[in-house]
Design a protein around this ligand. Sequence first.
Ligand code: SF4
Length: 361
Amino acid sequence: MDLMGKELFEKIREEKKSGKFLVAQIAPAMRVSIGEEFGLPAGTETTGKLISLLKSLGFDEVIDTSFGADAIIYIEAKEFAKMLESGKGNFPFFNSCCVGWREYAGKRHPEIMPQISNIVTPMMMAGSIAKLFFSKEWKVNPENMTVVGIMPCTLKKHETVFKMPNGLRYVDYVVTTRELGDWARQEKLDLNEMEEGKMTEISVPSKDGVIFGTTGGITEALITSIADYLGEKKEVLELRKNENLREYKFKIGKYELDVAVVYGYPALEKLLEKIKQGSKYHFVEVMQCMYGCVGGPGQPIPKEKDAMLKRSEALRKIADESKEKTPMNLKAIRMLDPSFFEHLALKGTSRCFAYFSGKNE
Ligand code: SF4
């Protein structure tokens, strides 16, 4: 059920009162926009204050959704490298992390579904990691844990219907950036007055996990992580542009990769027509919203003309400040059980795809 507004806040309060351990996970794109709900300019980074705000609202732990993106890119980069090495790949390979794009593909282009990455979204991945792995660190029974996604996207609420094979939901509720502003005001809390809080250390992400939140970010993460996996260091800053349809060629070792980055459906349809006419790509990144999740439908209504651009630039800056550049050497990723990636996450995705194609299990 897509709970919204006051009803949603009340439900989360009730969970807290009933003794649930509340975990918030914050999406990369909302940490550069929540400030706008409290009068700050677009692109102001507020991660530390946001953590304190969430703790004041009753959350026990705050984790980073970007770490879920790291886990995804860790798997996808390896899978992609194997496809290149074997010469067997159902190209182009499309990203799965944008719920808007996946729903659109399920309804308008079902023939593409087998080429969309077979993995859950960063929010679902972070939710399952919290319940299955971080719960042990926190000594909490996962059944007694409620995970709330703090997201730039109203459509992410659709993902709260999905359950892991153990019957627990990946994520229990989704609060959008705008809703978080409303909730805080209702509780008379002001982000500006918060102290700088600290993220749970085990979920600190790499540059690649953070950059997911803006256009070109998924492709940047995939290319740099594939290169890292194949023993090469690569910077692909040319991806940090903002046109809605961009094409690139990258060389990693002996491989030449053709990739395209699109956001918005007019640009996507144009690209799909090119593919029909014979254009070849190895990877295509599709995001529904302007400049990616920074322009999501749950984000603050922009007061500045170039708000989306400022959010995008701020996110790229935060990503560059990350200590680890790719997830390949993140200690927390290595601590995860490999069978988790291979079975649980993949099984979860096929359920999502069945749902979005109208064939829910
Ligand atoms: S691009 Fe838009 S629709 Fe897609 S996940 Fe991000 S906010 Fe949601």
